[in-house]
Write a protein that binds this ligand. Structure first.
Ligand SMILES: [Ca+2]
Ligand SMILES: [Ca+2]
Length: 648
């Protein structure tokens, strides 16, 4: 989401929302598909969703037709293997749902379907293609992966011709932090080699679907779930990007937002069914929890506020303590989809299948996960995994407490009897802890305390640890930060268990405060940029120092399986240091983190611990010194350091 501290961005003030709603009233849904009929009562269709489908994929497809006078008495298609099994007209004929049964003998082609009403006839086309062979399609995550989060508008401008699409005049201005800046999908593709060279494997792009407002550069204000935003390029650009990534043995994650659409989506003023949303533009709940932190005895004085999800995980809360979170409009502004409505659920499942099928994408990052009912997540995952068994999903659960984050992970049922089937979550507890330890001198032992709670997760090795994303201030700009601290943050994130996520630009220690300042343009992504930090010559010595450090850590991860999938053992933990070991059958690596401002000696007995038979230790990274004698590990740790040793 475009949150950061929980404040409503100025752009979504009440007056602004009102103007959006008025604007939406005159929104045109797109080009007419059939000839304008001079008879004003005749049916017409302006939009077909999904716009195309595939043979030998699903047995059925539900179409949502948008138009006028769509009170069908009859609908049929010209292909014998495409049967209209049911229709339902809604919203005074502005929408028609059409369920098609696709026979297994169906061949690719274009179905021409006719809709007949008491006042006339119209038709629409539905291309039905053979499934494309896509190299390495829909792979899902493995423990070898490292994610890299990109906000495409702010990374690189590969195609200046799309900077200001005709339908969005005045939307592009690099001098304004909330305007579109011109970055696009082509720009990401152009820099895959940079990312490969850095050593990440998987790009997560913030949403690429079409947005409506001139300040929706972040992508979280959808107006069309079946279109790429024209600022970012075309569907073909997205398909090309995924294909290019796959050729480089890289992966692409799609940011999906089933919780809400943007205030300008045409559904808001004219919903396909009366209960398409939870509430209406004029009458809805707000997503803030009705509970305050002190309900569970917690302080409300925090630097980075988090979402109050405790009541969702708590089996003792009555519905009134949960409804705001799952049914309220995010910020009180973003229209909350009624995912309990089976038509909405089917629409969203098909929409995700459509993106997976047409692009070959490898997984979904799921926005605002707890704000959607768990029953829906089980249905959505079942619907997708029928066709894409390997697809991975990562849920955003913005909360520091593992008892809360783990509740949403799939793989087992919660107290409500529901298995969300979510592959994993972002490791927000580790995020909060790393910032507390590195920036606020919290005890280093807090890291061990978070890892202790891995027992709450079915697969803790699949957690996604990180120290920054697009919703929080840049690590380098936080009070208490320094280049040394940035490197420590990378060092811990890339050696703890899990599949790490890095935020674009942190590898050159980019600066930035709260949203949108934390989303500055990557230097060199634009032809007019003076410095090009995508090249070593274009980086300052400080940028190159951090870049080379991250690159080296990522190389060590590739070379040492223990850093990717080794068992993690605590060796020592106290206020200033945390020393741990990653073990596979082949090797044992010791990672020694010291947060103190003075050097320190540590003697760690290895009796009855992994490594007790070690004869020595060789340094792989860092300036600490280690030797092993008398079944003990003797460490000399420089101030504020992280070192990696291989035990011999
Ligand atoms: Ca562009
Ligand atoms: Ca919701």
């Amino acid at each position: 989401m475009f949150r950061t501290p929980r404040r409503i961005p100025a752009v979504y003030s009440f007056a602004f929302v009102l103007s959006l709603q008025l604007a939406a009233l005159s929104f045109s849904a797109g080009p007419a598909l059939a000839q304008e009929n001079p008879n004003p009562a005749a049916p017409s269709i302006t939009k077909v969703e999904p716009p195309n489908w595939w043979v030998n994929l699903t047995p059925d497809v539900m179409l949502l037709l948008t138009g006028r006078n769509l009170q069908a008495t009859h609908a049929n298609c010209n292909l014998p293997d495409v049967i209209v099994s049911r229709t339902q007209s809604m919203a005074d004929g502005h929408y028609l749902f059409v369920w098609l049964r696709l026979s297994p003998t169906l061949k690719s082609g274009t179905a021409v379907c006719r809709v007949t009403t008491p006042k006339g006839q119209t038709s629409f086309e539905l291309p039905l293609a053979a499934r494309k062979q896509i190299l390495a399609r829909n792979q899902g995550l493995s423990l070898n992966d490292v994610l890299y989060l990109i906000m495409p508008d702010r990374f690189a401008n590969g195609d200046p011709t799309n900077d200001e699409p005709v339908e969005f005049p005045g939307s592009h201005d690099r001098s304004k932090p909330r305007a579109w800046h011109g970055g696009d999908l082509r720009g990401v593709q152009d820099h895959l080699a940079y990312l490969k060279d850095l050593g990440v494997t998987t790009v997560w792009l913030t949403p690429i679907v079409k947005n409506g407002a001139t300040q929706d550069y972040h992508g979280y204000g959808a107006v069309d779930l079946y279109a790429v935003d024209p600022h970012l390029g075309t569907l073909e650009d997205y398909q090309d990007l995924v294909a290019a990534a796959h050729r480089l043995h890289m992966k692409v994650f799609f940011d999906v937002v089933p919780n809400h659409v943007g205030p300008l989506h045409p559904w808001v003023s004219n919903p396909p069914t009366p209960d398409w949303f939870h509430g209406t533009a004029n009458d809805h709940l707000t997503s803030a929890s009705p509970l305050k932190p002190d309900f569970y005895g917690q302080s409300s004085k925090k630097d980075v506020t988090n979402d109050l999800f405790e009541s969702l995980q708590d089996p003792h809360t009555p519905p009134a303590m949960r409804a705001n979170l799952t049914n309220g409009w995010f910020f009180g502004v973003l229209p909350d989809l009624n995912t309990e409505n089976p038509f909405v659920a089917e629409y969203l499942i098909q929409n995700s299948i459509w993106w997976a099928e047409c692009s070959g994408l490898d997984g979904f990052r799921i926005d605002t996960f707890p704000y959607v009912s768990r029953k829906f997540w089980a249905e959505w995952h079942s619907g997708l995994r029928k066709y894409y068994s390997r697809l991975s999903t990562i849920g955003e659960v913005f909360h520091p407490d593992p008892t809360v984050t783990s509740f949403f992970v799939g793989g087992r049922k919660g107290w409500d009897g529901i298995d969300t089937q979510l592959t994993t979550v972002f490791d927000f507890p580790t995020f909060f802890t790393l910032r507390d330890v590195l920036l606020k001198q919290a005890p280093a032992g807090k890291i061990a305390n978070i890892l202790r709670q891995d027992s709450l997760y079915p697969h803790p090795d699949f957690l996604v640890p990180f120290f920054a994303n697009h919703d929080v201030p840049r690590f380098a700009s936080m009070p208490g930060s320094s280049l040394a601290k940035v490197k420590l943050a990378f060092g811990l994130t890339l050696t703890l268990r899990g599949i790490p996520e890095l935020y674009y630009g942190d590898e050159i220690a980019m600066a930035g405060g709260n949203d949108p300042d934390n989303r500055r343009d990557f230097p060199g992504g634009w032809r007019e940029d003076e410095k090009n930090a995508f090249t070593s010559e274009g980086r300052t010595p400080e940028q190159q120092d951090v870049f080379a450090y991250v690159q080296k850590l990522l190389r060590l991860r590739r070379e040492h399986e223990a850093l990717r999938s080794g068992q993690l053992w605590h060796l020592s933990s106290d206020d200033t240091s945390y020393v741990f070991l990653r073990e596979t059958e082949e090797e044992r690596l010791v990672i020694a983190f010291h947060n103190g401002t003075q050097p320190r000696e540590l003697n760690i007995p290895l009796h009855d611990a992994p490594g007790e038979d070690a004869a020595g230790a060789a340094v792989l990274l860092g300036n600490a010194q280690a030797d092993v004698s008398a079944r003990a590990l003797h460490l000399h740790l420089p101030a504020q350091s992280l070192s990696i040793f291989v035990l011999q």
